[in-house]
Design a binder for this molecule. Structure first.
Ligand code: HEM
Ligand code: HEM
Length: 142
């Protein structure tokens, strides 16, 4: 596996960890709530893990942004670019920007920004999957 690919997987993993915010809450609402009576230990461990992932959500998002810059550096220095990568990259910057705006400027987890943040996170997931399977490489002039 090339360094570029390893860095790409690091971006994807950090973004997936950020996305867990949504998935863990959904699973908690749909399934774990009904489980708490039957298996309180599991429900309590689940909740502890979920709280950890929610508390660190912005750091996973920021790590994805920082690793993304390194991935792009490695990509460009090897003389290629990628249409699907550019699409995923733009969406990642928008999601992180919206998240930072909501957290540090609005300081309120409600409002229009959170709907946009969630919607663009969904588009980013689609774009990242497309990018992993289809690079649509652009060969840069030397
Ligand atoms: C959210 C942003 C991104 C994510 C999650 C991401 C993820 C990945 C992953 C997981 C791979 C390895 C795929 C494999 O094993 O086949 C990869 C490879 C690659 N990415 Fe990205 N990427 C992103 C942004 C970009 C951008 C902005 C560019 C271009 C400007 C780009 C260009 C490439 C190229 C050319 C490869 C192939 C590298 C090689 O074959 O050595 N990526 N990316
Ligand atoms: C890869 C990057 C990111 C992805 C995929 C992502 C995804 C999400 C999703 C899907 C939600 C909704 C959770 C729900 O439905 O309850 C959310 C909530 C939120 N995000 Fe992000 N996010 C990212 C980066 C960031 C960053 C960088 C920040 C802040 C600097 C941030 C701040 C927030 C806040 C404050 C909330 C609402 C409160 C909470 O649930 O913690 N996000 N994010």
């Amino acid at each position: 596996m090339s360094l570029t690919e390893i860095l790409g997987w690091c971006v994807a993993l950090s973004a997936a960890a950020a996305l867990m915010n949504f998935l863990l809450k959904q699973v908690s609402r749909e399934y774990v709530k009904n489980l708490s009576a039957a298996n309180p230990q599991f429900a309590s461990s689940y909740r502890t893990f979920m709280q950890f992932m929610i508390r660190n959500h912005r750091f996973f998002g920021m790590a994805a942004g920082a690793l993304f810059a390194v991935h792009v550096g490695a990509v460009l220095s090897s003389g290629v670019s990628s249409f699907t990568g550019i699409a995923a990259g733009i969406l990642l910057l928008i999601v992180s920007g919206l998240g930072a705006y909501g957290f540090y400027i609005r300081k309120n987890p409600r409002g229009k920004w959170i709907h946009a943040h969630r919607g663009v996170a969904f588009l980013l997931t689609m774009a990242a999957i497309a990018h992993i399977f289809f690079k649509a490489a652009i060969y840069l002039p030397a």
